[in-house]
Structures are given as C-alpha cells and as structure tokens.
Design a protein around this ligand. Structure first.
Ligand SMILES: *Cc1c(COP(=O)(O)O)cnc(C)c1O
Length: 396
C-alpha cells in the first residue's frame, strides 16, 4: 500500500520544489537573540524573529522559569479542568486581563488553538462572522470549524466591511474579526473605523493581537491602546510566542461570559494539555516587567523609527507600517531571494517573501525590529542593505 502513496508524496514534494516553494530550515545553535550562531559557525544579526521585545533569552524570564521548574516541576500531565491548573496559570490569566483592560482570560497551548477554539462554541448558523481577507491562517481554520455564515472583506477596506455588514444584517449576531497587525505589510487594522461600523450595524469585534501586543501603542498594549478602545472590544486573542517571551502559549481575553463559556466548550482547551508552569511563571514576570517600566517598548519604537528613516533615506520602497515589521519592496521573486542570500553573506539574516505568501509581483524582504537590537546592529543592517541594493541595482 505505502509504495503507491510514497510515489504520490514524492511527486507532490517535487512539485513544491519545482515551483520554488520548498521551505528549508536554518539551524541555530545559540539562544534566540539579536545576534545568533548558525550550525555553520556563522554569526549573524537576526532581523527575522518575532522577538520584538528581546525577551526570548531575557535573564529575568529565564530566572523566573528556572525557579518555577524547582517549585512547580516540569509538566502538568493534564488538561486544565481535570488537574492541570496551578496558581501560576490563574495568576497569568488575571495579569493578561489587567494588561489589556479586559475582564477575564483563558490560556491555550498556542494562539493557533485560541483562534481554533473561539468561534465554534460561541456562534451558530444563525450568526455571521465577517473576516478580513488577510487574517491569519488560524482564524481561517477556526472559522471553518464553526457553522456561522461567512463574510469576507478586502484587507482593511472599510467600504467593503460596511457592504458585508449590510449583507449580514438579518442574522442574529455579527462578529467582525481582524488581525491587529497584518504580518506581511506591518499595517495596523483601522480599529477606530471598525468600531464605528460595529456600533452602527450592531456587531461585536474580535482582534488578534499576536503581532501587536507588546509592540503597538505607547505602552505596547496593542491596537486597542493605539485607538483608545481599551476594554471596549469583546474578544482579543494573542500569543506568548512573539513579543511576550517567545516560548509557547496563547490566550483569549475579553468579556467574562465569553471566557466562561469557552472554559466549558472550547475544544482545544478541553482536550489539550496545560502550558508548563515554567512558561506561566515567565509570562507573569514578562507582564510585571512591561508594567513596571516602558523601557523595552520605547527601545523597540526607537529602533523601528530609526530603521525606517534610514532605509527610506537610502531610496528603498517600503510598505506603510505602524508596527515593528518593515516590508522592503523588491517586487521580483528571484531578486528578493538573491537579495536575502547576499545579506546573509554580510551577516544579516532576513527572509525574502514571494508569491503565494504575498500577491504576485509583490515580492519583498520582511525586516522585523527588536528591542534587543543595538544601534550598531541597525547601522550594520543598513550598510548591508545599501551595499546589496547598489550591487543588484535596486537603489542608485
Ligand atoms: C503567530 C500568530 C498566531 C499563532 O500564534 P502561536 O501562538 O504561535 O500559535 C496567530 N495569529 C496571528 C495573527 C499570528 O501572527
């Protein structure tokens, strides 16, 4: 039996390779950080991690995790409702709610699970989900698991959102769903205008703050801070795997009845293991740090501004961004791959993205800034972009 299937798999893999979509993995032998060591021995500056606040190898978080490893052991061997809840899980849930100005929080093993488990328990075929076309894959999958009727609007297009809200007018409940920051361009969802439309058409809102929590807003509270909407959004989802320490874990935070029902009915919560106590302990330390001082958020904002002003000054074309993501547009798929390879030779690690990850003719290099970057790291990246840009004829 397997022989036929094996042939089929090999053909599929060859197709992926031939269309240039085969993904390989680079092996890192150091902790994640601004400067990393690859298994080739090369030391490079990392500009493609979601390590926005530089917490992946932060001393205080490592210490908090180590200490919880001693006090609470390694694993929980249980889902939350049987015997998988510690004081650390509850404290972290309360602190996440405090951070976002919401009423309660439920933790998941990942934000992929939070999004996978949020729609189906709350909505039925009498309801509508109205989703931004560029929402994350986990939102798309979560929506598929739910019987609610589906409506889609073009990315951040408020005229189209209004059109969809009109189409969904006769359904019982309407939920508008959007990423806070869209990962390929770094643009922010226009939450102020989404909120107005939600009021006008009697809809609720869900925002996924995975790329915006810790990043967007003066104190890093995300897009609800940026648009002065703290406490006014029904559902927020997010990850502990990006700015918030980078380990593992996700959450849904919002209205308390919503969270209460998710604890009863959300399948990835009911049927999947608890996050390890050491991750919860590091999460608690992370929120304490971000509440105690704005140093990391300020550093990240300064670094993003610095990079953007230098890269545009050199004549590169970038997508409008309000996050720590900067898409340097090269438009051509092969050019973006060659550009990234030459940057790596200069010790700068970034990723080139082309179709189908981004639209045809929109190939780019995505740069992600971090509070862990020193000014000299950014200057080194800028120098490498300048040298490579001239060599490949992208800038004069
Ligand atoms: C990264 C990301 C996720 C997935 O988060 P994990 O915790 O890694 O599963 C979900 N939504 C968005 C918008 C993301 O960017």
């Amino acid at each position: 039996m397997y022989e036929n299937f094996q042939e089929h798999l090999k053909a599929t893999l060859d197709d992926i390779r031939e269309s240039g979509l085969y993904k390989t993995e680079r092996i890192i032998v150091s902790p994640q950080g601004a400067e990393i060591v690859l298994d080739t021995g090369q030391k490079v500056l990392n500009f493609c991690a979601n390590n926005y606040l530089g917490l992946s190898n932060n001393r205080l978080l490592v210490e908090a995790a180590r200490s919880a490893l001693e006090s609470h052991g390694y694993g929980m061997s249980s889902v939350r409702f049987i015997c998988g809840t510690t004081d650390l899980h509850k404290r972290l849930e309360n602190m996440i709610a405090g951070f976002f100005g919401t009423e309660d929080t439920i933790l998941y093993a990942a934000c992929f699970d939070a999004n996978g488990g949020v729609f189906e328990p709350l909505l039925t075929d009498r309801d509508a989900i109205i989703s931004d076309a560029l929402n994350h894959a986990s939102i798309i999958d979560g929506v598929r698991l739910c019987k609610a009727q589906r409506f889609r609007y073009e990315n951040a297009d408020m005229d189209d959102l209004e059109k969809q809200l009109k189409l969904a007018r006769d359904l019982r409940f309407r939920l508008i769903v959007t990423d806070g920051v869209f990962s390929m361009d770094g643009n922010v969802a226009p939450l102020d205008r989404i909120f107005e439309l939600a009021e006008r058409y009697d809809a609720m809102i869900m925002v996924d703050e995975s790329h915006s929590a810790g990043v967007v807003g003066n104190t890093g509270r995300g897009v609800t801070e940026l648009f002065n909407l703290r406490g006014k959004i029904e559902i927020i989802t997010g990850t502990l795997g990006k700015a918030f320490g980078g380990a593992i874990g996700g959450f849904t935070t919002g209205r308390k009845e919503i969270i209460e029902l998710l604890r009863q009915r959300s399948r990835p919560y009911l049927f999947s293991n608890s996050i390890p106590p050491l991750v919860a302990a590091a999460g608690i330390k992370m929120i304490e740090m971000m509440t105690g001082t704005n140093e990391l958020q300020d550093r990240l904002h300064n670094n993003s501004r610095h990079f953007i002003s230098r890269i545009t000054g050199l004549g590169f074309d970038i997508k409008p961004t309000m996050s720590a993501i900067c898409a340097v547009m090269l438009y051509d798929a092969k050019l973006s791959q060659d550009f990234a390879a030459l940057l790596l030779e200069e010790g700068i690690y970034v990723t080139g993205f082309s179709y189908p990850v981004v639209p045809k003719g929109q190939a780019r290099i995505r740069v992600q800034l971090s509070a862990a970057h020193e000014t000299e790291h950014i200057e080194k990246a800028i120098a490498a972009f300048e040298k490579t840009g001239r060599k490949l004829g992208v800038i004069k």
